[in-house]
Write a protein that binds this ligand. Structure first.
Ligand SMILES: Cc1cc2nc3c(=O)[nH]c(=O)nc-3n(C[C@H](O)[C@H](O)[C@H](O)COP(=O)(O)O)c2cc1C
Length: 256
C-alpha cells in the first residue's frame, strides 16, 4: 500500500506516515504529496492506496478536490482507504472524497477520522496548550495503531462513510459555511511592515498563491487556506481568518 496526501502544516503527513509504518511494518514507506510530480504515476502503479487530507469547514480542501477532479481516470478500480484529520469535528470528512472517488470508479475500503492539533494559528479560541496537543497526538497514534491491527484482521473502520455522517457533516458545518474556503481564496493578509521579504511563504505555498513581486509576496487569489505560510512566517506577518497570529501550529512542537 502506498500513501498519497495533502498536508498544509504537517498533521496529515504525520498521520499517514504512522499509518503506513504500522501497516507495512517498516519505517520507510512510499508516501507522496499531491504536490509531488511523481504522485500520479505512483498512483497508476499501485492497486492499494491510503489517501489522507485535512478537513476545512467539514469539507475537502480546494487543492485536494481539484487534484481528484483533474485526475479522475487514475482512481478507477483502486482500493482506497481514506484518512481525514481535523481539529475537532467533521461529520463526513472521509465521506466527502469517498463520494467523488466512487464516481470515478474507486473501491472505498474504509475510513478513519483523526483528531489533531488545530492548525488555525490566528484564532485565539481554538488554541490549546502544547501539553494538550501532545496528548492529542498520542491518542491519534493509538487510534491509528488499533485501526491497522483491525485491518489486518479484515475489519476496516468506516468512519465518516455512513449516511448519518453525511447528514452531520452537512448540517453540522458545511451548510452554514457554504463555500467558505472558496470565499477565502483572496483573503490572505500580509503585513508588509513586518514582512522581511525572505520569500519562504512563496516557496512553500502549495498553490503558488504568493508571488514575489518587487521583493514582496503578493497574493494571487488562489489560496487554499492551508495555513502553511501563516504557521511558518518567522515574523508572524500573515493572517487569514483572524487578524493576529496567536500561536503557530507545527507538528514538530508536539512530538517528543
Ligand atoms: C481553513 C480551515 C478550516 C478548518 N476547518 C475545520 C473543521 O471544519 N473541523 C475541524 O475539526 N477542523 C478544522 N480545521 C483544522 C484542521 O482540519 C486540522 O488542524 C488538520 O489536522 C490540519 O492538518 P495539516 O496540518 O495536515 O494541514 C480547519 C483548518 C483550517 C486551516
Amino acid at each position: 500500500m502506498i500513501g498519497v496526501y495533502f498536508s498544509g502544516t504537517g498533521n496529515t503527513k504525520y498521520c499517514i506516515s504512522r499509518f503506513l509504518e504500522y501497516y507495512n511494518d517498516k519505517k520507510e514507506n512510499e508516501i507522496y504529496s499531491i504536490e509531488d510530480k511523481n504522485c500520479i504515476s505512483k498512483i497508476k502503479e499501485s492497486k492499494d492506496i491510503v489517501l489522507a487530507y485535512p478537513i476545512y469547514y467539514s469539507d475537502i480542501p480546494i487543492i485536494v478536490k481539484d487534484f481528484l477532479n483533474n485526475n479522475k481516470d487514475v482512481f478507477k478500480d483502486k482500493n482506497i482507504f481514506l484518512i481525514a484529520t481535523m481539529g475537532l469535528f467533521s461529520g463526513d470528512g472521509t465521506g466527502c472524497s469517498a463520494r467523488l472517488l466512487k464516481r470515478y470508479g474507486a473501491n472505498i475500503i474504509g475510513g478513519l477520522h483523526l483528531k489533531m492539533p488545530d492548525c488555525i494559528g490566528d484564532v485565539k479560541l481554538l488554541k490549546k496548550s502544547i501539553k494538550r496537543n501532545k496528548a492529542i497526538i498520542k491518542q491519534a497514534d493509538l487510534k491509528i495503531k488499533r485501526t491497522v491491527i483491525n485491518i489486518k484482521k479484515g475489519k476496516y473502520s468506516k468512519e465518516g462513510l455512513h449516511f448519518l455522517n453525511h447528514i452531520t457533516g452537512l448540517f453540522g458545518q458545511r451548510l452554514w459555511f457554504y463555500n467558505k474556503t472558496l470565499k477565502l481564496k483572496d483573503k490572505l493578509n500580509i503585513d508588509y511592515n513586518k514582512c522581511i521579504s525572505c520569500g519562504k511563504c512563496s516557496i512553500n505555498c502549495p498553490t503558488k498563491n504568493l508571488k514575489m513581486i518587487d521583493n514582496k509576496p503578493i497574493p494571487q487569489g488562489n489560496c487554499t487556506s492551508c495555513y502553511r505560510c501563516i504557521n511558518n512566517c518567522t515574523k508572524y506577518a500573515i493572517t487569514l481568518i483572524g487578524n493576529k497570529v496567536y500561536e503557530q501550529s507545527k507538528i514538530e512542537k508536539y512530538i517528543d
